[in-house]
Design a protein around this ligand. Sequence first.
Ligand SMILES: Nc1ncnc2c1ncn2[C@@H]1O[C@H](COP(=O)(O)OP(=O)(O)OP(=O)(O)O)[C@@H](O)[C@H]1O
Length: 487
Amino acid sequence: MTDGMPKTEVVAAGGIKVTFGAVKALDGVDLTIHAGECVGLVGHNGAGKSTIVNVINGSLTPHAGTVSYGGDAGQHGISAARANGIRCVFQELSLCPNLTVSENVRIMHEDLKGWNWRSRALALIKAQLKEIFPGHDIDCDSTIDDLSIAERQMVEIAISFAGIGPRPKLVILDEPTSSLDAGLAAQLMAYVRRFVAEGGSVLLISHILGEILSTSDRIVVMKDGRVVADRVAFEFNSRSLVEAMGSVVREREWQRSTAMKAGSSVLSMSPRRGHGLAFEAYRGEIVGLAGLGGHGQTEALLELYLSRNSNWWAARRRETAFVAGDRSLNGTFALWSILKNLSITSLGELSSRGMIDRSREDRLGEDWKKRIEIRTPDMQNRILSLSGGNQQKVLFARALATAAGIVLMDDPMRGVDVGTKQEVYEILRTEAMSGRTFIWYSTEMDEIRLCDRVYVFREGAIVAELVRDDITEKNILAASFSEEKAA
Ligand SMILES: Nc1ncnc2c1ncn2[C@@H]1O[C@H](COP(=O)(O)OP(=O)(O)OP(=O)(O)O)[C@@H](O)[C@H]1O
């Protein structure tokens, strides 16, 4: 944003309060966004970020406070927000899964009607996808169900930025890169800067502090339903941001396993697609799956899981646990409590004579609630009462609470805040040292660097194996793009 120019207010929220039962989700929040600025919004899981987004986009009426669009406080609601050029990409993606990409475009853009709307919708989304993610290979005739989670995220982002007639004034991006690999995330951040330079505004919510620091003009920090800092971005660095959020920066040295490739492998898979390298994992290792998103990592995890649970007896022994990547599709039981979602895979250990011991189940819940700070007043509350990141923590606890020796993880930290991530990394390392094996697909380079050994995927096959100090961004990118193994 240009200094000295008068600021045009796009939206202003003042003194916003929202409560859900006993939980004060927002406790007097002020947030103003001007034209031509990208505002970064950060805070721990459950701080209230998605709730203030829902107030701004008109889908939630606050219990106290005012919202004004373009200086006019006389209107509120979804239609008012939309009429004032406000669009939102939600954390839990909201496209209709049984419709095609262009049909979803039509739902979001009511003006696309009359003869030939399909081809106009198709042209619009193709152009917008190309502008934000040049080189993408999404088939826009596909049904949403047939797209990967990253592709769905890309389509939803493109639909929100696309404009028929006037372009959107403010696009709210709630964790837009949580399923995108580093290359796609960089393309999106570059586009956000272009959009803002042309006078648009963006509210960017992310737990990846690097992209908040590099993309935002101003950063707002929330903690426990309040705004605790609101300053120009260059006044922050990673450390001060983490501290403002109320977390402690850990300087502890990361210890890699010394027991790599010891004994015989506990998990193996022959070369995928008939070429490339075979996969092997050993007791006590953290093995990373890297490469561009959608190049076979999730499929490989599923194959490994099925190979371990191919018959009734193997499944009954529950030697392998799985943390699903797409929590709303195949992770959470939406109608169940938080505790039931956590304990479902540990019922064998929690039962005696075929009966579940409720007090042991409660203790398991309380133990994990404390260990990774699941923010809820009561573990009996429904899982959907939790913020997105807190739901993700429950899925993680579900796998770790089992006695399974092998844990397969499909990008398990999506939406988890930095403070909790540090706790979880330490739990992973401690558990690996006690003999558990983790297979970890991550779209975050910082997490891949924590692994003992990494397999890089390209076009469904494993094209490189990197060990310890060779696990660098440069080597991973080189292997992701080239036929040659990285040096
Ligand atoms: N529908 C709901 N019912 C009950 N509690 C809710 C509901 N929606 C949100 N909450 C509570 O409000 C608080 C704020 O949640 P919110 O989703 O805004 O957090 P957030 O900062 O977006 O977190 P995350 O980083 O995990 O997405 C949390 O304690 C959450 O459990």
